[in-house]
Design a protein around this ligand. Sequence first.
Ligand SMILES: [Zn+2]
Length: 313
Amino acid sequence: MVFFRLCSLVLLLTAAHGVARPQALKPAAPAPLPLLVPLPLPQVVPPPPGLSAQASALSPCAAFAATLPNVRRELCEAAQLQPGSARSVKGQPLWTRDILPAKPGLRVLVVGAIHGDELSAGSVALHWIRLASQPPADTPLPIHWRFVPVLNPDGVFARPPTRVNASGVDLNRNFPTPNWTRDAKIYWEKRTARDPRRWPGPKALSEPESSFLHQQMLSFQPQLIVSIHAPYGVLDFDGPYTPPSRLGRLYLDQVGIFPGSLGNYGGVHKGVPVVTVELPNSLRTPLDSEMRQMWFDLLRWTTERLAPSQFGR
Ligand SMILES: [Zn+2]
């Protein structure tokens, strides 16, 4: 297919650009320019004084660039994030970005940093927003993307960053899977030995962040959910359809299900396929070329397995 040949060419030509590194230690090198489509001009909105460690209400980009690895402010500004309809426990906006083609054939929801100490997950989501907003003209399956690059901003901006939200809840155990009240508690007590990093919360959807994502699932009705995590370096999958065997260098390794997890709730109980990306490192992104390869592998699988004809439309 011309699309994928073109993508391969881009990957080949741009492979030399990718260098992942911690953001805060050195001045950033110039951004690698995309070969096909120029970057939109960044709209820089400075945060109000005193909010440098948090996302401001106007733009989270100064804070994201200072916190997320391999995220320059220009990349974040170009993502044109919009505040969602809810805020975190500490009142930070839950930022979103919709990318809507003229005739979308599929709706895909991408979620990053549901665990706040997996910083690279938020970074990859922002890099993927750039790729999603520059689809080649012959994209075989136009997709309406909805990104929530950082679902757990309170965890991301905590010092040190925390897996849980500001209420101490593991958001990825807070979704309303059947028998949640019984199973999530038993699992936490018996299997995790009451690990505070894995507390499922007082009740399902008790948290504004998980509740917001659940609301997105109801209103947006995604046909695919992609959830980005770290640092296990594998690909997981829940739900119908043949899973992708690999995304870039991440290979499929279905590790099981947990009470209250997004994969369990969305994939097993709601029948919406959930691709869980486990990046290999929480504090460093993959190389830029690898992030592109993962993205194009995701597009290829989505096109092959989730084309609208498979939904009878
Ligand atoms: Zn995680």
